[in-house]
Design a protein around this ligand. Structure first.
Ligand SMILES: C[S@@+](CC[C@H](N)C(=O)[O-])C[C@H]1O[C@@H](n2cnc3c(N)ncnc32)[C@H](O)[C@@H]1O
Length: 344
């Protein structure tokens, strides 16, 4: 994946190819306007209004309780950017937008549409965060009352394929007890319990994730096999006697020292011979090429939590330091799993 402009006509393509249009300077400027048009439309509920059918700018302004002139400008801009189309003085969702919201990945697209404007609020404070290194972790300082709902829907949507990739690809010898550290709305615990019929799982997480996860556990019929320990992982009791510990998409919420502490803690909670799985987006080691997806995830995680996507080789080192043996990595979905065993 690479972000860039293709050029809408031959003239623009020529300008880009010859460098007369300096792409790396133009991309942030134009995409800033596109992004903000998108976020404002979503926050004002304009996409939802237009999903019901074509409407005039006047009607949209009235329902969104907004200024008619400003709404007209915004709707025209969204038309130019490909989100809307106009016909007979009305605006409606473009074919591409309707396809995104009704195709195979519709739920994923909707969850991004809802969650991205919340994340954008955090990016407004990036200058200060980079200067000071301090970020108000959005798990403890939500940007608005809806953030948790949007975030949890997004987590459930994005868990789908990776859970399958992990559960199907990693062979375990009938684990009995699993510790799902910051297990979110239970998607991974449910997938593991579906695969291993004797497995019980304990999920550590904050109250908001636990409330949502308990609904998912009920739907899956696993109330007797999956339970939560609710609270901050740094102050709750994790228990012991686990055969499997999963750390999925949570190291990126923390800085290096906390990551080492969490991995050591997981090592102590596991039985001899137990398996540790760390699941994170991949990030290259020093001097290797950083691709767009790795760059995207890392700055995103820093901006919302203060952490980052840690280099995969660092995660391998932390597991070895904690005492895990046979440490190896595999790729599943667009993420990487680092796996280690506590010696028998
Ligand atoms: C990105 S989500 C990962 C959820 C799930 N493991 C997955 O892979 O989809 C991070 C989770 O960590 C939880 N979390 C963040 N900080 C935490 C803390 N200090 N204590 C407990 N849970 C925490 C959040 O509530 C959230 O459910």
């Amino acid at each position: 994946m690479r972000i860039g402009f293709k050029g809408e006509d031959i003239r623009e393509r020529l300008f880009l190819a010859t460098g007369m249009m300096p792409e790396l300077a133009v991309v942030p400027f134009i995409s800033m306007v596109v992004n903000n048009a998108f976020f404002t439309a979503q926050r004002l509920g304009i996409f939802t209004l237009l999903e019901r059918g074509p409407q005039t700018a006047e009607a949209v302004a009235e329902q969104a309780q907004a200024d008619e002139h400003a709404v007209q400008v915004l709707l025209e801009a969204l038309t130019g950017f490909g989100y809307l189309q106009r016909r007979d003085g009305t605006f409606e969702l473009s074919r591409a937008m309707r396809k995104s919201l009704s195709g195979r990945s519709a739920e994923m697209a909707r969850s991004m549409l809802e969650f991205a404007p919340d994340v954008a609020r955090k990016f407004e404070t990036l200058d200060e965060a980079v200067k000071t290194g301090d970020v108000a972790d959005f798990h403890f300082n939500p940007v608005n009352a809806d953030q948790w709902g949007h975030y949890l829907t997004f987590l459930k949507q994005s868990a789908g394929r990776p859970t399958k990739a992990i559960v199907d690809k990693i062979e375990l010898e009938n684990p009995r007890r699993m510790l799902d550290i910051a297990g979110g709305p239970a998607m991974y615990s449910i997938a593991f319990c579906e695969r291993y019929s004797e497995l019980e799982s304990v999920i550590l997480d904050l109250p908001e994730s636990a409330r949502e996860g308990e609904e998912e556990i009920k739907k899956a019929g696993f109330e007797n096999r999956i339970s939560y320990v609710v609270g901050d992982i740094f102050t709750t009791d994790w228990g012991t006697d686990y055969d499997l510990a999963l750390l999925s998409n949570m190291l990126h919420c923390f800085k290096v020292d906390d990551c080492r502490t969490i991995i050591k803690h997981a090592y102590e909670a596991l039985n001899a011979g137990g398996t540790m799985i760390v699941n994170e987006p991949g990030f290259p080691g020093k001097d290797e090429q950083i691709d767009t997806f790795a760059a995207f995830t890392s700055l995103l995680y820093f901006t919302v939590t203060g952490g980052r996507t840690h280099p995969t080789p660092s995660i391998e080192t932390w597991l070895k330091e904690a005492g895990f043996e046979g440490v190896k990595r595999q790729k599943g979905g667009n993420q990487v799993q680092v796996i280690g065993r506590k010696p028998k």
